[in-house]
Ligand binder design. Structure first.
Ligand code: NAP
Length: 305
């Protein structure tokens, strides 16, 4: 009998369906913006108009205040909920006056904490369901069986659709992935912080066809404000490559991230819609390996070996 032999490059897996918009809006800093609920709603609407339909939260943002600020804005136009994806995180316990049980800042990845944190996020965000829940930080005391049970419980109850992690090393990711299917690892990556490119984090994402979410894609603004020699070199390179493509340096910073084959999803954190537009503009920019490496080399201070 003749047997079909599959070419080695023909994969049996298909890419996962898109769960989030290609650029996500991060709301970590929303508490600092000192906006009215109407102003917050306007920002949300403008993000949606740009196709930035996913919003990245955490229970602790703004000292446990941002989910409520966002939920209040959403309550002014509840029909918008159907057009957006809500991501939040849990697992970090901050020391706060109104949380006297937290004697020290610590991590809690117990079943009870994960479930009660999600229930609180749902109340504050005024929604019935989260699109994605991430464990915010790796916890040395994490029991993978317990986290897997909490995720399963929340999914069966319809409270959370998808689950992932943030700031996990590849081995921490592999451990939890052995108990529950994870859809992302949200990590820091920008030209001033290259380690996920080289420590196996993005290799693992490609291996599992999991899109990494990228926090602080502009290094929290330091790409444009820092005067360290490295930042100055990176800024000069970004500006030069951007000029060749006829775009802003900010757009080029996003295009540099999007060039990676793991298909990263940048989480942009600006209050300015123009800055969000810069991020979205990168979706139309394709840079080649030499452009990409020019920025990498500016960061490392040397050419590739
Ligand atoms: N998982 C985690 O551990 C983790 C950690 C940190 C953040 N995050 C997520 O990632 C999101 C994004 O983080 P991020 O806010 O640090 O992202 P970012 O986009 O790298 O930085 C945004 C900051 O940079 C400033 N900025 C933007 N363009 C600028 C320019 N051209 N010149 C000077 N400053 C500029 C913004 O100010 P303006 O608002 O004035 O533009 C804002 O303060 C957060 O909201 C959060 O959702 C996750």
């Amino acid at each position: 009998m003749h047997q079909m032999i599959r070419p080695v490059h023909e994969s049996t897996q298909v890419p996962a369906p898109r769960l989030l918009s290609r650029i996500v809006a991060g709301v970590w800093r929303m508490g600092d913006w000192q906006w009215t609920a109407q102003e917050r709603l306007r920002w949300i609407e403008q993000c949606l108009e740009l196709g930035v339909t996913s919003f990245d939260h955490a229970d602790i943002y703004g000292g446990y205040t941002v989910e409520q600020l966002f939920g209040e804005a959403l309550a002014l136009a509840p029909s918008l909920r159907a057009q957006m994806q809500l991501v939040t995180k849990c697992g970090i316990c901050l020391r706060m006056e109104d949380r006297p049980a937290h004697r020290v800042k610590h991590y809690d990845t117990s079943f009870e904490h994960i479930v009660s944190s999600v229930e609180q996020s749902l109340r504050l965000l005024r929604t019935e369901q989260l699109d994605m829940l991430l464990l915010h930080r790796p916890d040395a005391l994490m029991d993978a069986d317990v986290v897997g049970a909490a995720f399963t419980h929340l999914q069966l109850q319809g409270k959370v659709l998808h689950f992932g992690v943030s700031n996990f090393t590849p081995s921490q990711f592999t451990l939890l992935q052995s108990r529950f299917p994870l859809v992302t690892n949200q990590v820091e990556l920008h030209p001033l912080h290259l380690s996920p490119l080289h420590d196996g984090t993005l290799d693992q994402c490609q291996q599992h066809r999991i899109q990494p979410m990228i926090w602080s894609p502009l290094a929290g603004g330091r790409l444009f404000t820092s005067d360290t020699p490295q930042a100055v070199r990176v800024r000069d390179a970004l500006t030069a490559v951007a000029a060749r493509h006829g775009v802003s340096a900010s757009t080029m910073a996003f295009a540099w991230l999007l060039r990676h084959p793991s298909r990263p999803i940048p989480v942009a954190g600006s209050r300015r819609i123009d800055a969000m537009r810069d991020a979205v503009g990168a979706l139309d920019v394709t840079i080649d390996a030499q452009d990409w490496t020019e920025i990498w080399a500016a960061s490392t201070g040397h050419e590739v070996p």
